[in-house]
Design a binder for this molecule. Structure first.
Ligand SMILES: Nc1ncnc2c1ncn2[C@@H]1O[C@H](COP(=O)(O)OP(=O)(O)OP(=O)(O)O)[C@@H](O)[C@H]1O
Ligand SMILES: [Mg+2]
Length: 252
């Protein structure tokens, strides 16, 4: 598979009238990385996951919805490094966005679709994304502002029409944690008190910054230690369980 990059053009819109996507969505496993709060690690987690799955031989499509295009830049960096194993689709979530545009991403997905969403996601855009997603991963930083924002966001997900129609598997990941700090303890207490799975804690390390710059995932770096690998294993195991429960058969 080669890295292909595409953006929706007005012409595409004409060629792709809005129609229900449920049937196509049923053939894919769609992972949405989301939180209304900026800077919590949505791009870092989506790119690291994409890199892990591509490295495991999976057919991965990465959908970059962020007008900032961080995931797209990461993918181009990866491509320049000779790694053509992720299909990139860029659909900036701006005023011209509508649910029909997501069909393009679904049409170009053979197996796994990983969606990197921008900060401030809510309303009809959130609902459109939930309609095509199986699971939603919410990264949360250990700060009072982030905890409050994540709480509001998870409420918005649970109250969305898409979630009421077909409940999503929602899970949280603590990111940039420094485990012996009071703030981390507060975050941990909060996350474990939720009725939502608290999957893992990713430590605060420059390895994530390096991976972002090099177009790879943190697990591709030799310096990633056992703690990093264990933290990611829990996330990936949970995703695999969800995938099996959803009945999506992988095409390897
Ligand atoms: N575990 C981590 N340790 C250290 N730095 C991290 C970690 N996770 C993310 N970062 C850094 O934090 C910054 C924000 O992360 P990222 O861009 O993934 O967040 P985001 O939620 O996608 O932000 P935005 O809302 O702006 O799209 C980046 O510089 C990233 O490299
Ligand atoms: Mg981002």
């Amino acid at each position: 598979m080669s890295v292909s990059e595409s953006a929706v053009t007005p012409q595409d819109d004409v060629l792709t009238p809005a129609r229900p996507v449920a049937n196509r969505a049923d053939q894919h496993f769609v992972i949405l990385l989301a939180n209304a709060k900026g800077g919590c690690g949505k791009t870092t987690l989506s790119t690291s996951l994409a890199s892990y799955y591509a490295g495991s031989g999976r057919d991965v499509t990465l959908l970059d919805l962020d007008p900032q295009q961080s995931a797209s830049q990461w993918c181009r960096q990866r491509q320049q490094g000779g790694n053509d194993d992720i299909r990139l689709i860029s659909i900036p979530l701006d005023r011209s966005f509508h649910a029909g545009k997501l069909q393009q991403a679904l049409r170009q997905t053979n197996d796994l679709l990983i969606i990197d969403s921008p900060a401030g996601l809510d309303g009809s855009a959130l609902n459109a994304l939930l309609n095509i997603s199986r699971v939603v991963l919410v990264p949360v930083l250990p700060s009072p502002i982030d905890i409050r924002a994540a709480t509001r966001f998870m409420q918005a997900v649970m109250l969305s029409p898409a979630n009421r129609r077909r409940p999503k598997r929602l899970a949280v990941i603590a990111n940039r944690a420094r485990e012996r700090t009071r703030m981390y303890s507060r975050l941990e207490l909060f996350l474990t008190s939720l009725k939502i799975p608290f999957l893992s804690t990713l430590r605060d390390t420059q390895l994530y910054v390096r991976a972002a710059g090099e177009g790879c995932g943190v697990l591709d770096l030799r310096e990633a230690d056992q703690q990093d690998r264990d933290a990611w294993r829990t996330v990936i195991e949970w995703l695999e369980v969800q995938r099996h429960l959803s009945g999506v058969i992988p095409r390897l």
